[in-house]
Design a protein. Structure first.
Length: 264
């Protein structure tokens, strides 16, 4: 387990949100809207072992890489009901998307997180993960759609796998010069600087149409580009977790509102 924050567990039950990625499970523990603790687990069993330390009120699980039945099987050790975010989950935003069933859970959660942090504002969410996604959520909390393009490491892999002689290289430690003097450096410059130009171009295009738009940056590669983007930029590493908690609370509140006791 990798723990990102280290406060002691409170005695009250917390909401647990789980973002199950390709190689690990990222979790967030929430007391209402307050994020108390985040951590990463290599396996579902590692997460289950951690749950003995804290009582849980409600749980939601999201994954872009695993179907719902696999999630249910992998977390049977919870021995309690939990929500799985899918295309049928009730949301506090609307989706103006032609194929809502194909919309990734991470994009949905990040959009909800953006609205939770900046209600009543147009928001552009830039998520720099395996892919780069750039999504617009308008001031009426409607997910309008966006863009998907290759992420940082995918671009390096594509050049290597789709050519006969270009090597597989990693992102540079230092920011690459625009004019490189060897093939490895040229590939690093092309990917890193090219992605930066792409990001700033997206931001400029949206700001031309919507000058007051809020730009939020998240995803594992976000920190590397934050200082290179045209301000103002709100870097929110836990935006997906914040959105998942908002979705969980929205569904719990709706369920409680629909109980017979609340209609007497």
């Amino acid at each position: 387990m990798q723990t990102d924050t280290h406060p002691a567990y409170p005695s009250t039950a917390l909401n647990l949100v789980v973002d199950w990625g390709n190689s690990s499970l990222k979790t967030g523990w929430f007391d209402g809207e307050k994020l108390v603790k985040t951590a990463r687990y290599d396996t579902p069993d590692a997460l289950l072992a951690e749950l003995v330390h804290q009582s849980v009120a409600h749980i939601i699980v999201s994954s872009t890489s695993r179907p719902a039945d696999e999630i249910q099987t992998g977390l049977t050790g919870l021995q309690r009901k939990f929500m799985v975010l899918d295309g049928q989950t009730a949301l506090p935003i609307r989706k103006a998307y032609d194929t809502p069933h194909t919309l990734g859970a991470d994009r949905v959660a990040a959009a909800v997180g953006a609205v939770a942090l900046h209600p009543g504002r147009d928001c552009l969410v830039l998520d720099l993960g395996t892919c780069l996604t750039a999504d617009l959520i308008d001031q009426d909390a409607v997910f309008q759609g966006g863009m998907i393009s290759p992420g940082l490491r995918m671009r390096f892999r594509a050049m290597h796998e789709q050519t006969a002689r270009l090597p597989l290289v990693e992102a540079p430690v230092e920011w690459p010069e625009l004019i490189a003097k060897n093939t490895k450096a040229a590939m690093q410059s092309g990917v890193v600087n090219g992605l930066t130009f792409e990001l700033n171009g997206i931001i400029e295009a949206y700001r031309t149409e919507r000058p007051e738009i809020v730009v939020l940056l998240c995803g594992g590669d976000g920190p590397a580009f934050e200082s290179r983007l045209k301000p103002p930029i709100f870097a929110v590493p836990n935006l997906v977790l914040i959105g998942l908690n908002r979705i969980l609370r929205y569904n719990v509140d709706n369920l409680q509102a629909n109980t017979p006791d609340n209609h007497t």
